[in-house]
Design a protein around this ligand. Structure first.
Ligand SMILES: NC(=O)c1ccc[n+]([C@@H]2O[C@H](COP(=O)([O-])OP(=O)(O)OC[C@H]3O[C@@H](n4cnc5c(N)ncnc54)[C@H](OP(=O)(O)O)[C@@H]3O)[C@@H](O)[C@H]2O)c1
Length: 260
């Protein structure tokens, strides 16, 4: 019986590294993708499983195709696709560089969609497969100050929910993991927001929740009680209130930074 294979994007840091460790510990062979090959190789050397490292910039136009080609070249059948790679922008939208925002959308949305479309079709043909899309608590409401990031994660959640219904009865499931702030390199981007250290989740436990949700075929998983309470509260508020409170929070954070 061949070992199952999981393809994990963004496996050179943070939640992606922890996901790779969990899948390896559960008997999966791995395909790890990210730009920093040295990091991927170091992780591969640590893991007691067969690993193919694919250095690739998934925000580039041909990035996702390069990854698909690498998988096809090695004739590997993907049982699990984990779309984890992502970047954030914490500037006001019009103050951010245009190319950085395009890069964000290309990675967080376009690449995720193309990989899901390609590998999802193969899974349906086989009648089995699991897809894990890493979204965010920012998927559930507008976030002034992170406008494009929050919009990209709303895309991921909406896509995942619709697709989960389109895939009903096919043997293929799709799950959105929606973490809150988590202690990774990405969290350095909002370190100046004076976020209490205890508020940041451990990437290992976030990855564990993602793995469990994927295995049970759950459609949406929000790790942590505080995040669940926040998301549930937001779901029952009018949208004008959510965006107004978000705007107030964004402006007071900017004032706080100016005074420092
Ligand atoms: N940390 C949080 O607070 C938080 C909260 C909610 C959701 N999330 C989501 O969780 C996921 C993982 O984030 P993380 O916190 O683990 O962040 P991280 O530590 O910064 O890791 C991001 C990963 O994405 C990869 N990546 C970035 N740009 C890429 C590109 N152009 N092509 C290919 N790979 C690229 C990075 O690898 P290279 O740099 O080597 O390419 C790295 O492996 C993201 O989707 C993020 O939006 C994070």
């Amino acid at each position: 019986m061949p070992r199952p294979v999981a393809l994990i994007t963004g496996a050179s840091a943070g939640i992606g590294v922890e996901l790779a460790r969990i899948f390896a510990a559960h008997g999966y062979d791995l395909i790890l993708a990210a730009r920093r090959e040295d990091r991927l190789q170091a992780l591969a050397a640590e893991l007691d499983t067969t690993v193919l490292c694919v250095p690739v910039d998934l925000a580039k136009a041909k990035g996702p195709q390069k990854l698909m080609d690498a998988v096809a070249e090695h004739k590997i059948r993907i049982d699990v696709l984990v779309n984890n790679a992502g970047v954030i922008s914490t500037e006001l939208m019009l103050e951010a560089k245009g190319y950085a925002l395009t890069n964000l959308v290309n990675l967080n949305c376009r690449s995720l969609m193309e990989l899901t479309h390609h590998f999802g079709r193969k899974m349906v043909d086989r009648g089995y497969g699991r897809i894990l899309n890493v979204a965010s608590v920012a998927s559930f409401q507008p976030v002034p100050g992170m406008a494009v990031y929050a919009a990209s994660k709303a895309f991921v959640l909406s896509l995942t929910e619709s697709l989960s219904e389109e895939l009903r009865g096919t043997g293929v499931t799709v799950t959105a993991l929606c973490p809150g702030p988590t202690r990774t390199e990405m969290a350095d981007a909002f370190a100046d927001l004076e976020m209490a250290e205890w508020f940041l989740a451990d990437p290992k436990s976030v990855a564990r929740e993602g793995f469990d949700a994927l295995r049970s075929g759950q459609v949406i998983r929000v790790p942590g009680l505080a995040n669940q309470a926040m998301v549930n509260w937001a779901n029952y508020q009018p949208r004008w209130l959510l965006r107004t409170l978000g705007g107030l929070a964004s402006r007071s954070a900017a004032l706080f930074r100016q005074r420092e």
